[in-house]
Design a binder for this molecule. Structure first.
Ligand code: PLI
Length: 463
């Protein structure tokens, strides 16, 4: 008889620990004021549990650390590059790999290579750096995600899906020749870590083939997406995550990767593709912006850790525990009645700041205020994903006002325990219960681009 599993558990044991520092309420108030009410500007030593991001903050395995010692630090032709390239082809299917220092390095290259001024780039919800590189190359991003993704309470199992009618309407309006590619993200970050179904991806592939338009796959969290397909899509229950990852990638021909997420490394990324001519042009460009085509801004040891991390990331036991931990935190908050994005996504629990802070209008940045309030309560650091992150329309200068006004509690991989999740939930429940006291914010300093990183705020006095 098959062994019955009641619960998930971490598929690792802990070999080394990093001590955490607790903070006092007075010290936290001082720190958040110094940081201009922006959690990005806090010093990490002033943070207790750091859920700012899942990017570059994973714990590497003993195998990855051992791999670091096998770094071949040659300027050209490092053995670690070939290991990485072969791993990308085996696990993800892409034949050519150009390493980059991180995901946005790959986005920069692909945008420059494929977008002409006046082009339109449809995608399943924007991501901050992705859209910016598309715009800097002269393109205009067009959101073609299904409407369900814009409603935090909608329980659709694949809220990352592309609405093919929206895509077809764009083509009918501007013509296929002005659409250089479809920008497809798996486990859509800004929607709440929501997956794309294989059925949707196949339909997209057919549409793209019909119109001769390639797909650029933002595969930053593809393993998490594959896990949701395994759990939710008919016909995939008995398939391994590794196989599903391969199937997803094989339906696309170009990919950008921030290996700082799924692939379990602290730095690194790549641009991958099947077309040898595009590869040659990408090599010509990477030497200008990142480094030689066999290191792209990375040390040999970084590429080795990445190659090993990619393999670990598609293991069923790893991904079940990783997503299981996120779902555990989501269930604690949901049971306590805190409004969150549902279903819970792969990398984070997203709080619905609109519903938690109905007294703060969106132009006073409720999600930014909520992230600061959670920090003040407990030293837990989270991140705004709402109007501040959305920025301004490049043409009109108007603030974008996204339907999703969220705070992201992002879970690093293999770093925190279930007890940490309990502490986080207690703090969020407490803050949400006293939300009426929280004040809105206004910009004290607003950077021109990616303003959420370096922007500074001040509280708005109640009217
Ligand atoms: O931070 P980079 O440059 O390695 O990767 C940029 C990037 C691209 N695509 C997606 C979906 C991301 O989530 C992403 C980076 N995300 C960050 C930093 C995050 O905190 O979500």
């Amino acid at each position: 008889m098959a062994e019955r599993r009641r619960s998930w558990a971490e598929p690792f044991k802990i070999k080394m620990v990093e001590l955490l520092k607790t903070t006092t309420p007075e010290a936290r108030r001082h720190a958040i004021e110094q940081a201009g009410w922006n959690t990005f500007l806090l010093r990490s030593e002033d943070v207790y549990i750091d859920l700012l991001t899942d990017s570059g903050v994973s714990a590497m395995s003993d195998r990855q650390w051992a791999g670091m010692m096998r770094g071949d630090e040659a300027y050209a032709g490092s053995a670690n590059f070939y290991h990485l390239r072969d791993t990308v082809e085996e696990i993800y299917s892409y034949r050519h790999t150009v390493p980059t220092h991180q995901g946005r390095g790959a986005e920069h290259l692909v945008s420059k290579l494929l977008i002409k001024p006046g082009d339109f780039v449809p995608g399943n919800m924007y991501f901050t750096t992705t859209r910016l590189h598309q715009e800097l190359a002269g393109g205009a991003f067009v959101d073609v995600i299904i409407d369900n993704a814009h409603d935090p309470a909608d329980p659709h199992p694949f809220k990352g899906n592309i609405d093919l009618e929206k895509l077809e309407a764009l083509r009918a309006r501007v013509g296929a020749e002005r659409i250089p590619y479809v920008s497809l993200a798996t486990a859509v970050n800004m929607a709440g870590g929501q997956p794309v179904s294989m059925a949707n991806l196949r339909a997209l592939r057919a549409w793209c083939d019909e119109h001769g338009i390639p797909i650029v796959h933002d595969m930053t969290r593809v393993a998490e997406n594959a896990f949701f397909i395994q759990q939710r899509e008919a016909g995939y229950r008995d398939r391994q995550v590794r196989d599903i990852v391969h199937e997803i990638c094989a339906l696309t021909e170009i990919a950008t990767m921030s290996a700082k997420k799924d692939a379990l490394v602290n730095i690194g990324g790549f641009l991958a593709m099947n077309d040898p001519d595009l590869y040659r042009r990408a090599c010509d460009l990477v030497v200008v912006y990142e480094g030689l085509h066999t290191y792209g801004g990375l040390a040999g040891r970084d590429m080795e850790a990445m190659a090993i991390g990619i393999r670990e990331s598609v293991d069923d036991n790893h991904i079940r525990a990783r997503v299981g931990q996120v779902e555990y935190l989501g269930a604690l908050l949901d049971r306590a009645g805190v409004p969150i994005v549902k279903p819970v996504g792969g990398h984070a629990v997203f709080l619905d700041a609109r519903r938690i802070l109905p007294h703060i209008p969106q132009h006073q940045f409720p999600a930014q205020a909520l992230a600061a309030a959670i920090y003040l309560d407990s030293g837990v650091r989270s991140m705004e994903r709402g109007a501040v992150s959305a920025g301004r329309d490049k043409e009109t200068g108007e603030n974008y006002m996204p339907s999703l006004e969220l705070v992201r509690l992002t879970i690093p991989r293999r770093v925190y325990t279930q007890a940490h999740m309990d502490v986080v939930a207690e703090s969020v429940i407490e803050v949400a219960g006293n939300a009426g006291q929280i004040l809105g914010l206004r910009f004290a300093y607003e950077p021109e681009q990616l303003r959420f990183f370096l922007g500074r705020f001040e509280p708005v006095s109640p009217a």
